[in-house]
Design a protein around this ligand. Sequence first.
Ligand SMILES: [Zn+2]
Length: 328
Amino acid sequence: MQTPLYSWQITQWQQFLQRMQSDTLAHAILLTGVSGIGKLHFAQALVAANFCLQLDSAGFACKQCKNCHLLAADTYPDFISIKPSEENNKTTVDEIRGLISKLALTRHFDRKKIALIQHADRMNTNAANALLKTLEEPPPETILILLTDKPQALPATIRSRCQQTSLNLPDEAEALSWLQIQNPTTRWESLLKLAQGAPLAALDLLQSDLVEQRHLVVSSSLKLFEGQASVALLSAELESIPVPQIMAWLQSVIADLMRIKAMDNPPSLENPDFYRHLLAIAPRMTVASLQQLWEFLLQRSRIFDASLNRRLFVEDVLIQCRNGHKLA
Ligand SMILES: [Zn+2]
């Protein structure tokens, strides 16, 4: 069955659901756990289930009733969510006061009001003090949900007034199988370790890795076209990047150069962040040489397999790219 939660969250979800249905949820809940396991996701499912008018058989919000629609449109009047400002990464006392005064209002619907505080550890001291009073004397029919991956950074007085639940980390096999579905061609073991076992954090790491790797391959190839780089050095720099990925990015550079050759201001490029550099290089290459390079890369991509000597393969490709402008 499709659920709005990650597989490793289901057991704890059922416990919360039971408490919700027997009306024994604490008025203040502190959800903790390492970054990248889906705490916000879990809290959002809880919020949605509290408001939904027709939960499905597993206790998840239906996403179809009036309340679900209001929540999805961010217009449900009895729900407040705050997170630290993007400027200084802090939650201020004014925001907490605003949240408290909204919680004090009479509720609009026959459901508990909920306030969700993301990254609760980033409240400054005044904000935490202001919240403390509300935790001591909560308005009727309200639930406060605090999220943090650093519970020890919260004042003990806040922690002691919340019912604390540490959300589960999946075991390694479960995390790896989930990651494998997200991206089957990646070897996830080391990334998962780097992410302390948190699958969503591992996924983020891969994405940030990809960004850096693409930058390296594209800038390296442009240096090669300018004749400014040593093939052996570049090949060593690219050593941690999978060969099919290198080939795809090299092809994207050739494609961009062909687009620039075809018109001065192409409407879209695969590497728009390198536009100026590409523009400077394009006059050094002929259309025929670009086409030859394109064919060459395509043919090499087809024949590459893991049994080939990686270094020789990459160096051969880089040499062809360096000589590319001489091909015509
Ligand atoms: Zn609903």
